[in-house]
Design a protein around this ligand. Structure first.
Ligand SMILES: [Zn+2]
Ligand SMILES: [Zn+2]
Length: 327
């Protein structure tokens, strides 16, 4: 099978021909149909996450078909599945025992510790896969498995908020916009200053307001979700959010947060991060996706163009979500 591999930090991916993995125990072997391209894949490629075990195949937003299954797999051959970021947890620690498996210290992640979906086939532990409705198209479903899921978890952690600011309007934000509007919430989109195209995109999707992150919010927000990896957005968002409101940072990596006056945090404002996902998040969100109202905007690339897709994402040249499609 063909696989695109990160071989050392900061280098483009390399195409390799490898034997197909074997599915043992609770594993399944998945024939990949589509794999979303995530900003985290750039962090893996560039060694910005700790202890990347090179060589590694990135990709953690995978839709495919189970073509073989280990004897103990809860998912049989023939099922359509989705694979997200969480690949394995210990099941025994305090976090795992308290519905916080996303925080398990021993957790392993697809496309980071476990070879991911930038390949024709991928092995995954079926206990961490999500069975998908046959009718969901592969390419538009793939971005739901990270961008959508992290956005969904971020939105949940924002609590009971009606006016929601989204900072950084890429893959996650454009899906979260659809989820929020469906729930009757209002969306305020903050993009890089002068990014008219992203602002237009946000308005087309139904955002109440869209502008640059250098502009103040047009009124007090109840919550802010930050998806851009830019630490200076945190004190900015604090100024936009009302007393008691939350700032939720959805990225796995962010530049340092500049200092700010305590008065800006005062009034029971909350700053928190979102780390990974639980399997319950995945089941809940994919059930929502099965209702069929989510329509991620995608740019597709053949698997062979994995490096071009990563460069386009890095350069800000992707509207919505980039997705690799396997023939
Ligand atoms: Zn654990
Ligand atoms: Zn991701």
């Amino acid at each position: 099978m063909k696989a695109w591999v990160c071989t050392s930090p900061g280098q483009d991916l390399v195409e390799e021909t490898r034997p197909r993995p074997t599915a043992n125990g609770t594993d399944v072997l998945i024939r990949v149909e589509a794999c979303g391209v995530c900003r985290t894949d750039l962090h893996v490629r560039d060694g910005e996450l700790p202890d990347v075990p090179y060589p590694i195949v990135p990709g953690h937003q995978v839709v495919g078909k189970v073509v073989s299954a280990g004897a103990d797999s809860p998912i049989p051959v023939g099922e359509r599945v989705g694979v997200a970021w969480l690949g394995w947890t210990c099941g025994e620690c305090t976090y795992c025992a308290n519905d916080q498996e996303n925080l398990c210290d021993a957790a392993r992640f697809h496309g980071y510790h476990i070879d991911g979906g930038y390949a024709e086939y991928m092995r995954a532990d079926a206990r961490y896969c999500f069975v998908l409705d046959e009718r969901l198209p592969a390419a538009t479903t793939a971005p739901l498995l990270c961008a959508g899921l992290i956005g969904f978890r971020s939105l949940r952690l924002a609590g009971d908020a009606r006016r929601i600011g989204l900072y950084g309007f890429g893959s996650a934000a454009h899906i979260v916009t659809q989820v929020a509007l469906h729930a009757g919430q209002e969306v305020y989109a903050f993009t890089s200053p002068g990014d008219d195209q992203a602002q237009r995109f946000a308005r087309e999707l139904g955002a109440t307001w869209a502008g640059g992150s250098d502009e103040p919010a047009p009124g007090e927000l109840d919550a802010a979700l930050i998806f851009a990896p830019v630490g200076s957005l945190v004190p900015k968002a604090l100024k936009d959010v009302r007393k008691g409101g939350s700032i939720v940072c959805g990225g796995i990596h962010m530049s340092d947060i500049p200092s700010f006056p305590y008065a800006d945090l005062w009034g029971e404002r909350v700053i928190r991060s979102v780390a990974n996902l639980t399997r319950q998040d995945g089941h809940d969100f994919m059930a929502l996706a099965a209702e069929g109202f989510l329509a991620p905007q995608i740019t597709t690339y053949p698997l062979g163009d994995a490096n071009r897709a990563l460069h386009d994402l890095q350069d800000g040249n992707v509207t919505g979500s980039a997705v690799l499609v396997v023939d």
